[in-house]
Design a binder for this molecule. Structure first.
Ligand SMILES: NC(=O)c1ccc[n+]([C@@H]2O[C@H](COP(=O)([O-])OP(=O)(O)OC[C@H]3O[C@@H](n4cnc5c(N)ncnc54)[C@H](OP(=O)(O)O)[C@@H]3O)[C@@H](O)[C@H]2O)c1
Length: 263
């Protein structure tokens, strides 16, 4: 098995869960370089390739749309084409931000309609894969937290220690997901039929409700009070109709925080 993006947050979790895979970080292979990507896949001829590499700075994608399209949109197509030639299956991660947030409970076959450049680039990635390979599993996930990356839980914990009150938006609803739980669910997805999967921890909440689960001094605010470069969907709850549910995010976040405190 070959994993791209192993220096990222999810990539680290995948490396823990799948230690025998070939782990490739950004310095090893840039996924936007079509020829090296093809070379490594044809050389290793793995049974499966997992792509956790992406440009994930949602606000940065608004400013750097060409880069976003290249990394998140076209590069997954290069990986998929190489997988097709090598007879490998591809697992790739996409996002709740392919949806516009105007509906409720997004299922796997619901129509995507991204409202920001990150979501557009990730949708382009899904399409590029589907054009180049039949044997794919696209896993849409949301609101990731875990070790070795910039994430909401770490940011809020740190702010909570520095200031008396931390304002957190209460009008965007989604499903937090622990990278370790998603990584552990990935081998099962490999054994399933090709297609799109929605894999998140169970339970939905606002960012404020998420923060209140682990800090006492969060106070709710609105998105309008907290302007960001990229628009976010108001409601991006992914519904998993295909596999067994993961545990609730509340249990997962407490485990993550306890694990952090031990290190
Ligand atoms: N984070 C979330 O909340 C979230 C939510 C939904 C879906 N997802 C999806 O889940 C997946 C994993 O996300 P994550 O949070 O683990 O991301 P992450 O921590 O930002 O890690 C992404 C990794 O990709 C690498 N990378 C970027 N451009 C690359 C390139 N051209 N070639 C090779 N590697 C490159 C980055 O390396 P550098 O740091 O060196 O650039 C980084 O190590 C992504 O597909 C993301 O879209 C994430």
């Amino acid at each position: 098995m070959v994993i791209f993006g192993t220096n990222g947050m999810l990539g680290h979790a995948l490396s823990e869960v799948l230690p025998d895979a070939i782990h490739l970080g950004h310095p090893d292979v840039d996924i936007t370089d079509e020829i090296p990507v093809k070379k490594v896949i044809l050389r290793e001829r793995p049974f499966a390739v997992i792509n956790a590499a992406a440009y994930t700075d949602v606000d940065g994608c608004e400013e750097n749309q060409d880069l976003a399209r290249e990394v998140n949109g076209r590069a997954p197509g290069y990986i998929a084409a190489a997988c097709s030639e090598a007879g490998a299956l591809l697992v790739h991660y996409s996002t709740d931000y392919v949806f516009d947030g105007t509906r409720r409970d997004y299922q796997e076959d619901d129509h995507p309609n991204p409202i920001n450049a990150y979501g557009e680039s990730k949708l382009l990635g899904e399409v590029s894969i589907q054009k180049n390979l039949k044997n794919y599993r696209i896993i849409r996930t949301s609101w990731l937290f875990g070790g070795h990356g910039k994430n909401f839980v770490d940011t809020i914990l740190s702010l909570s220690r520095q200031m008396p009150a931390v304002r957190v938006v209460n009008d965007q609803i989604g499903k937090p997901t622990y990278t370790i739980d998603l990584a552990r669910a990935t081998p099962d997805i490999i054994s399933r039929a090709p297609g799109i999967y929605h894999i998140t921890n169970e339970g939905q909440c606002s960012w404020y409700e998420f923060a209140r689960a682990f800090i006492p001094n969060a106070v709710p605010c609105t998105t309008a009070e907290f302007p960001r470069r990229a628009k976010r969907p108001e409601y991006s709850v992914l519904v998993n109709t295909k596999t067994l549910p993961l545990r609730h995010w509340r249990e997962a976040v407490l485990e993550y925080i306890h694990a952090k405190e031990r290190t």
